[in-house]
Design a protein around this ligand. Structure first.
Ligand SMILES: NC(=O)c1ccc[n+]([C@@H]2O[C@H](COP(=O)([O-])OP(=O)(O)OC[C@H]3O[C@@H](n4cnc5c(N)ncnc54)[C@H](O)[C@@H]3O)[C@@H](O)[C@H]2O)c1
Ligand SMILES: [Zn+2]
Length: 403
């Protein structure tokens, strides 16, 4: 046998620019990351909240002279939200546009939208010509603090989330805090929980800062929200760039703390519970679980649960009690699905103190059930926003992905 083996080493620069009013003519922030031919695509949900945005983008481009050219002479407004990831036709439509205007690998796609829209456009850009530069401008607290600063993209297929996708470091990410101004309150709150999550995993100082701003965060005061989004983005970036596994080749995924429950109850509730709300509940389950096993001190567990509640999240929902035809809790199937999603051995990250974590490879279903029961009987603190309950909100399931 004769084996040739050579390492291939590549270095990527993962850049996140923080700014406000990126499309104000006098703001130079975008010139750091944009040049040449740029194809601009905007999430229609963002435009509904801010109808002047496409014109502002086109105006900024026109004001840059030779440095930047708006390809096609207009800004494209396309469907956003999770359903855009369920429609393969949207991927083809973006490819068709990239082909029509003749973008090459030295041109840029600028995507402005929520995390779902960025995942869709990012996937289409990463696969056209084997990868066109992508500049992402996330427009939700969740995507500015978490998903939008990641190195993944993807669309849903076979009715499974992110079944098709790539790892691709974006050319740059631009977080414009002004884009968050028009977000509905529930969407604005959602991203705060990923800040709490990453603070618990890596940064006790950030956790204390969130505690100190809890009242302002409960009221969704812009400066406090911006602080959490910014530090959350920073910590996610640090973890991706410095954590040793940016392309997730191993089985551990600490940033998915609390997510095995979240990934199950979001869809099983028909998306009545949004991602941030589901993560708050998932984290609460895993915190009480860790405390019951003696891995987390009772005082720490209580301090964290209080903070989650003070900033407006519920820590329990009846969805945790949904049972299947054989009487088993549906949410527990989330453990096996999570293992499949990560690949390899089941690996769950648990928090053992503020800023400390451990990985475990099995979870006791009995103790998980006890943790959920304990959370149900917990007295909610005043100020927790009631979530829409299943009997008041019509459950609409998203369109099924194309076969
Ligand atoms: N690639 C990654 O690493 C990664 C990580 C985490 C999450 N994600 C993905 O992100 C998606 C969730 O993203 P999200 O939480 O941003 O939700 P979203 O993209 O579904 O957006 C929620 C809704 O808000 C609208 N919207 C977006 N910005 C707005 C604004 N500024 N004003 C008014 N409306 C606005 C959207 O049109 C949509 O209808 C999921 O598909 C998830 O899988 C990806
Ligand atoms: Zn998340």
């Amino acid at each position: 046998m004769d084996v040739l083996s050579k390492p291939i080493t590549l270095t990527f620069q993962h850049r996140v620019v923080f700014t406000r009013q990126a499309f104000a003519l006098e703001n130079p922030a975008l010139l750091e990351v944009l040049s040449g031919r740029v194809l601009v695509m905007v999430d229609d949900g963002v435009v509904a909240g801010c109808p002047a945005l496409p014109e502002a983008v086109a105006g900024w481009m026109a004001g840059q002279g030779e440095r930047v050219t708006l390809v096609g002479g207009r800004v494209l407004v396309l469907p956003g939200g999770e359903s855009c990831k369920n429609d393969w036709g949207q991927v083809e439509a973006i490819w068709a546009e990239i082909n029509r205007v003749g973008l090459d690998r030295h041109s840029t796609v600028l995507a402005i939208g929520g995390g779902a829209f960025l995942d869709l456009v990012g996937f289409a850009a990463a696969t056209a010509h084997r990868g066109i530069r992508l500049v992402r401008m996330p427009t939700t607290t969740l995507s500015q603090g978490d998903g939008g600063v990641g190195v993944k993209n993807g669309v849903n297929y076979f009715s499974k989330k992110n079944w098709i996708g790539t790892f691709a470091v974006p050319w740059a990410v631009v977080n414009d805090s002004a884009l968050l101004d028009g977000l509905p309150a529930r969407e604005k709150r959602a991203g705060l929980i990923e800040g709490v999550k990453v603070a618990l995993l890596r940064d006790a100082g950030f956790f204390a800062a969130i505690e100190a701003s809890a009242d302002a965060l409960a009221a969704l005061e812009p400066a406090a929200v911006e602080m959490v989004v910014r530090r959350s983005a920073e910590q996610h970036l640090e973890h991706i760039a410095g954590g040793g596994d940016p392309f997730e080749l191993g089985s551990a995924r600490p940033l998915d703390f609390g997510h095995w429950v979240a990934h199950k109850i979001e869809p099983s509730s028909g998306y009545r519970i949004n991602h941030g709300e589901a993560v708050a509940i998932g984290m609460a389950v895993d915190l009480v679980y860790a405390r019951r096993l003696g891995l987390l001190a009772a005082a720490d567990s209580e301090r964290i649960l209080r903070l989650i509640e003070r900033i407006g999240f519920a820590v329990h929902d009846a969805e945790l009690e949904r049972v299947d035809e054989r009487g088993g809790r549906v949410v527990l199937r989330g453990l096996e699905e999570f293992r499949e999603h990560l690949g390899g051995e089941l690996t769950i990250t648990l928090v053992t103190g503020i800023g400390r974590r451990v990985e475990v490879h099995e979870m006791s279903a009995e103790t998980v059930r006890e943790a959920m029961d304990e959370l149900r009987s917990r007295q909610a603190v005043p100020g927790v926003m009631p979530m829409p309950s299943a009997d008041r909100i019509p459950v609409t399931h998203p369109a099924r992905p194309a076969p």
